[in-house]
Design a protein around this ligand. Structure first.
Ligand SMILES: Cc1ncc(COP(=O)(O)O)c(C=O)c1O
Length: 441
């Protein structure tokens, strides 16, 4: 039973924000579906943004079984076919000048490689990043997320400059450019600006933002690093999310879906001119060139390309915009859909949400009650980010369930609603996930 495993989990693991408590225990995953130990099936609109090709893709599993039988591991200093082929494939996608790659097991580690490359190339160690962003949990990566993480964690890297997020409702993009300019004028020690080109809270930047930041970086000898750990590999309807924003970075970091939603792997792709310090270790992790993880990535990219999944993501974005526009007519609680490709979020009318004091966790819970697994993106929106492999029938099913869940949420916001009176809204307030709201995709 799910409840037993959730209780054993709670007793065995350290508790941490964003992970505990678990809502249920999984028995199986398949395509867009999660199935829990109680036999309940949920359509996965989150998938930790690792499920671009759906869960347990049969071709990926077959490729991994084959890899297990041939070459399951490769110690450092030896190379192997899947690792080299993956690097070559990723480099062939890079639109900038010649590039090189390095792999790590997780996104946070790959971010740290990118930071080291920038330090070595520029001789400068300070960083600019966006306040309220998320780049992983390493001491380097996590310090980029916010200026003042919890004091109990102690000091992070020195020289971190945090700027206004472009998605801040009061002229965020203008303030972000002004903050970046101010930081660059105040310090000559800044070597890197790191950000998601399209934040995984699904706010799309204005088209002038990244070209201006690119110019500022160039003028001050600062490397621009894009974190595409959740948004890369076609999720936004282009292979790299930065292909939407009018700026090519000096380095891009991929992760999450790179392992096909099965194995952990992340990659840094960067301008080959940063290949400056062969005598230094930049991140030679134990599983750097693991043939299993690299084969997973190679097969994932093959599937994405062969099945036209990037174009599918772009097409479904248009479809979803018009379907949600229709939904809004019947339900004024539904305010908008935002994002690119299938990196999407649905926003509720903030005034109604505030007036009813409706916690977004309650909405996420209602979605789950209606068969949809999603996460909060901010206090009035949640992610709608299915795999790129979702079929038309599955999408219709998801939209029908979404409509039902939104009607149920709308009832909770009606003035004087019985639900509010009898406190059932509070009963549903189970899992406000601050880390998802402020953090990871
Ligand atoms: C934008 C972004 N960067 C970095 C990371 C860290 O990746 P990992 O969990 O693989 O270390 C995440 C994970 O959620 C992310 O969303």
């Amino acid at each position: 039973m799910s409840g037993d495993l959730v209780a054993r989990d709670a007793a065995a693991f350290f508790h941490q924000d964003g992970s505990s408590p678990c809502v249920s225990a999984l028995h199986g995953v398949d395509g867009v579906w999660l199935e829990d130990e109680d036999g309940r099936r949920l359509l996965d609109l989150h998938g930790n943004t690792a499920h671009h090709i759906g869960h347990a893709h049969p071709e990926l599993i077959a490729a991994l079984k084959d890899q297990l039988d041939t070459l399951p591991f490769s110690p450092r200093r030896f190379t192997n076919e899947p690792a080299v082929a993956l690097a070559e494939t990723l480099l062939s996608k890079w639109p900038g000048p010649p590039a090189r790659a390095l792999f790590a097991t997780g996104g946070s580690d790959a971010i740290e490689i990118a930071l080291k490359l920038a330090r070595v190339a520029t001789g400068k160690h300070e960083t600019i990043s966006i306040e309220g962003s998320y780049h992983g949990h390493g001491f380097g990566a996590f310090g980029l997320s916010r200026a003042a993480p919890d004091a109990r964690l102690g000091p992070f890297l020195p020289g971190r400059h945090h700027v206004t997020p472009y998605w801040h409702q009061d002229d965020g993009a203008l303030r972000m450019v002004a903050d970046v300019r101010r930081a660059l004028e105040a310090s000559s020690r800044i070597g890197a600006l790191i950000a998601e080109p399209i934040r995984s809270n699904c706010h799309v930047p204005p088209p002038w933002l990244w070209p201006q930041i690119r110019q500022l970086c160039d003028a001050h000898g600062v490397l621009l690093i894009f974190d595409e750990i959740p948004s890369g590999l076609g999720k936004t309807g282009r292979f790299f999310a930065f292909e939407h924003v009018g700026a090519t970075p000096d380095a891009v970091v991929l992760g999450k879906a790179l392992g096909g939603g099965i194995l952990p792997i992340a990659a840094v792709i960067a301008d080959a001119r940063l290949n400056l310090a062969p005598e230094l270790s930049l991140g030679h992790y134990t599983h750097e060139k693991n043939p299993m993880t690299t084969r997973a990535a190679l097969t994932t990219i093959e599937i994405i390309e062969r099945d036209g999944l990037i174009a599918r993501a772009a097409g479904l974005e248009r479809e979803l915009h018009s379907r949600v526009a229709v939904m809004r007519k019947d339900n004024p609680l539904v305010d908008h859909i935002r994002g690119k490709g299938l990196l999407l979020a649905i926003g509720l009318d903030p005034e109604r949400v505030n007036a009813a004091r409706l916690p977004i966790a309650t909405v996420v819970h209602l979605l789950r009650e209606h068969g949809l697994s999603a996460t909060a993106k901010d206090p009035s929106s949640f992610g709608f980010s299915p795999p790129l492999t979702i079929t038309d029938a599955e999408l219709d099913w998801a939209l029908d369930r979404l409509q039902e869940a939104m009607m149920a949420a709308s009832e909770l916001t009606a003035p004087g609603s019985a639900a509010i009176q009898n406190g059932s809204r509070q009963r549903l307030n189970l899992d406000l996930d601050e880390d998802v709201i402020g953090g990871q995709a």
